[in-house]
Design a protein around this ligand. Structure first.
Ligand code: UTP
Length: 406
């Protein structure tokens, strides 16, 4: 086994992975061999290719503003409610991330944001979903994406809390895949002598993982036509929101994206735009000064659709693009790994590169998107950090403003 692994690794300049082979048990050797067999070498090669990708032609995207939504709210609501009642809308909660910025090893959704009582992130999200259930008079199927690292803990947490009152038969878990992390020079990192440093492969893999778990078929069989996919960390978000569903259906577009209006030109938020005629997200650092400051006739910023990671996808389009290969993004993060002496080191600064596919590339593949504005103070309270911007502190303040008892 050693010779074969050595040859494979040597061909890619990664022989160091076997440095401690002689010390490993049979089980350890088996584990490492399985991980090596699963490496996507093409993807690893992108660690250097990344910087060269140039952007296409950027243009503003036609969005639905709060002012445009208000007079049509009833109409959108009626149509969206009909879709939810007919079982055509399912939710997908993206909970496979590592939440490194929050600095807890437990799944992010198990984080307790309560002050005088327990209030877990998952609990608040279920509570928001129950609002829709009450409005529409029907339960919404909920698919929860986990990763190998947090799957067992997430399932156990929901079971322990009796699914926070949501019917268990409406909830299904599925696991995303892992990808190896590398040093900035492209060398594979090890988390133990018998294991590569693996991390979840990004939120762009959610649909292929749903398919692999057999859940996409099950959803199709029960008549699901729309998937509302959202991040675990926005505790104010409305999911399966009938108004959003109705508006996206009425627009005839194949995806919808809830956005908050960018408050000022320098705000550090990715914005929805068109790139070579297809919907995409342009990061704040990619917007030049002219674009960032561009205003329309009413004096409002033109590139202002700040993404909230709450998307609606039409199921038939997901099936059609299921085989498209999404671009792999290289993300610089802190990766605990073994040093030269085989000692596990928890770095203070970014020391590694992870490979991720992103959900926004699925929106681009789907070809059309309705950006749908939501009120920031009522629907956007992401928890990325413990303190400061987008933190437990800011989310608590916003929840309080919206009448949630903490
Ligand atoms: P983030 O980009 O905020 O990443 O994820 P994260 O892993 O949660 O947090 P940091 O960057 O390490 O601090 C946005 C959403 O996508 C999900 C996350 O769970 C979150 O809901 N996600 C991210 C996945 O489900 N899988 C992934 O591999 C990455």
């Amino acid at each position: 086994m050693y010779e074969q692994l050595y040859e494979t690794l040597k061909a890619h300049g990664q022989e160091h992975v076997l440095r401690w082979w002689q010390e490993l048990s049979d089980a350890g050797r088996g584990r490492l061999a399985r991980q090596i067999a699963q490496i996507d070498w093409d993807m690893l090669g992108q660690v250097h290719a990344q910087a060269q990708t140039a952007r296409g032609e950027i243009a503003p995207i036609d969005a639905l503003s709060l002012e445009e939504i208000a007079p049509r709210r009833e109409e959108f609501f009626a149509s969206g409610r009909g879709a939810v009642r007919a079982g055509k809308v399912a939710c997908v909660l993206l909970a496979g991330g590592q939440g490194t910025r929050l600095g807890s090893d437990a799944p992010k959704g198990t984080f307790d944001i309560g002050v005088t009582r327990h209030l877990y992130i998952f609990e608040q999200l279920i509570c928001n979903l129950q609002d829709v259930v009450r409005q529409c008079g029907a339960y919404v199927p909920l698919y929860i994406m986990t990763s190998e690292a947090n799957d067992a803990a997430t399932r156990a947490f929901f079971a322990e809390h009796a699914f926070f009152g949501y019917p268990q038969e409406e909830v299904a878990f599925f696991c995303q895949e892992m990808a190896p992390a590398v040093s900035p020079e492209g060398k594979l990192l090890l988390s133990a002598k018998d294991s590569l440093a693996l991390s979840p492969n990004g939120n762009g893999g959610w649909y292929s993982s749903l398919v692999r778990a057999g859940l996409a078929k099950r959803a199709q069989a029960r008549g699901v036509e729309w998937f509302n996919v959202f991040a675990v960390d926005n505790v104010l978000q409305r999911m399966a929101d009938p108004v959003f569903v109705g508006a996206t259906i009425a627009s005839g577009r194949t995806t919808g994206a809830k956005f908050v209006r960018k408050a000022y030109p320098e705000e550090r938020v990715g914005v929805l735009c068109l790139e070579d005629g297809r919907p995409n997200v342009i990061e704040y650092y990619e917007l030049d000064e002219r674009m960032a400051n561009l205003r329309d006739g009413a004096g409002r910023l033109v590139y202002a659709c700040g993404v909230t990671l709450n998307y609606l996808f039409r199921a038939d389009v997901l099936r059609a693009i299921a085989h498209a290969r999404l671009p792999v993004h290289v993300v610089h993060k802190k990766v605990p790994c073994l040093d030269e002496n085989g000692v596990l080191v928890d770095p203070d600064t970014e020391n590694g590169c992870k490979f991720e596919t992103l959900i926004l590339d699925m929106v681009r593949c789907a070809g059309s998107c309705l950006p749908f504005e939501v009120e920031r103070e009522r629907e956007f309270a992401p928890i990325k950090n413990r303190t400061g911007k987008d933190s437990v502190e800011t989310a608590r303040a916003l929840l309080g403003q919206n009448g949630v008892k903490l």
